[in-house]
Design a binder for this molecule. Structure first.
Ligand SMILES: [Zn+2]
Ligand SMILES: [Zn+2]
Length: 391
């Protein structure tokens, strides 16, 4: 099975990767001491011991996320790190689609890298497997089925839709999932149209969009380098070109209504519009929405405190879910699945109001996106404080 890093899901969370990338631009991740890194990022990087500089335990996170690689006695940030560090320069969807296209088995980050070996793309395989199933009408897929199908198929990841359909129809499965493989799939489940529920991944896309995205995915190829670090730099140099080829429009997946409602005022920043689209897809993701209301069966708007079951007694649920992380953040992952703490239930009118407030705030701050979760939450609370009920 393919290798990844184990027990590091929180570090692979998009917001946290951005923090690590920002640090990597001004510090050397290989030479840094733990305290400096912890202070700058707010992440624990355990264990707390002088004998364990962060590189010793976390170099695989830094490498697998394509943030940096060894350079001389230290390390150097990649083009991907530069994009992650700059606000609004890339989105969760762009980054995780690229990660799928660029991650190989064997991996230049891990032991056993061999430039002459046949390269397979396990994450690209996983995403294409999910999309192929979704296009056939199977929106939920178990992680074990993905891993089993990768094992028996010998697919590389560049196979076409017809081949994947044949494989999907065979329906392979296993009982014991390799934990590293499973965790890597949990990482890519941060893509806005994916959601995670224990051992299953659900795709929330129309069949047309699923087919369309499948068509756009292709492995990052070229002549691999002998040295693993050189190979990481070679691949990451291709980030911008690969991302420019992706058109993540989700044209026939219902986002346009919300977009017209709350986002029309801000089409000045093309990149800003892109980050908002990711945010909207997460908020419209049917699976995330269902999971949220299953755990929080509220009918009260978090913003105006209106109880919608009183005002609209004929409909069981009129509330939207609003995502409190920065606009380009993915749905958070953890060992247990999608974390629902970053969502609140708001009525459709307040939801528009919140996004208009975001637009206004970002414009006046001259930012394309919030710097981090804290800032995004602060602005939400600010909007809430300024809210006045009509008289
Ligand atoms: Zn409301
Ligand atoms: Zn929202």
């Amino acid at each position: 099975m393919w290798n990844w890093d184990q027990g590091r899901l929180d570090y692979f969370q998009f917001d946290n990767l951005k923090k690590i990338a920002r640090f990597a631009l001004t510090n050397d991740l290989r030479l840094t001491d733990r305290e400096t890194l912890v202070t700058a990022t707010g992440l624990p990087f355990l264990p707390d011991s002088d004998r364990y500089p962060p590189w010793r335990n976390y170099s695989r996170v830094f490498g697998l996320s394509l943030i940096c690689a060894k350079h001389g006695i230290g390390s150097r940030p990649t083009k991907v790190a530069q994009a992650l560090a700059a606000d609004g320069a890339t989105t969760t969807d762009e980054y995780f689609h690229f990660l799928c296209e660029a991650s190989t088995d064997p991996s230049p980050v891990l032991k056993g890298w061999d430039r002459t070996a046949q390269r397979r793309y396990p994450l690209l395989f996983s995403l294409k497997f999910l999309l192929a199933r979704s296009a056939l009408g199977f929106d939920t897929t178990s992680i074990s089925e993905i891993v089993a199908s990768y094992g028996v198929s010998n697919f590389i990841g560049d196979e076409d839709q017809a081949s994947f359909v044949t494989l999907v129809r065979k329906g392979h499965d296993i009982d014991n999932i390799d934990r590293q493989a499973a965790e890597s799939i949990q990482v890519i489940a941060q893509i806005s149209y994916l959601s995670l529920d224990r051992r299953n991944v659900t795709v929330s896309l129309s069949s047309d969009d699923a087919r369309n995205i499948f068509q756009q995915l292709a492995p990052i190829t070229g002549d691999p380098k002998e040295d693993g670090a050189d190979e990481i730099f070679r691949i990451t140099e291709l980030f911008e070109a690969a991302v420019n080829e992706l058109e993540l429009d989700y044209a026939s997946t219902a986002v346009s209504d919300v977009e017209e409602a709350g986002f029309s005022a801000t089409t000045t920043f093309a990149e800003g519009a892109k980050t908002r689209k990711t945010h909207l897809v997460i908020e419209r993701n049917g699976k995330i929405r269902d999971e949220f209301f299953k755990t929080n069966p509220t009918t009260v708007c978090d913003f105006c405190h209106q109880d919608t079951s009183q005002s609209y007694p004929w409909t069981p649920r009129i509330l939207d879910v609003h995502h409190l992380l920065p606009l380009c953040s993915g749905a958070r992952t953890s060992k247990t699945g999608t974390m629902l703490d970053d969502l609140v239930a708001v009525c459709p009118t307040c939801h528009r109001g919140v996004h208009r407030y975001y637009d206004k705030w970002l414009k006046s701050a001259d930012q394309k996106d919030f710097l981090d979760a804290e800032q995004a939450k602060m602005v939400y609370d600010k909007a809430k404080n300024e809210y006045r009920t009509g008289l």
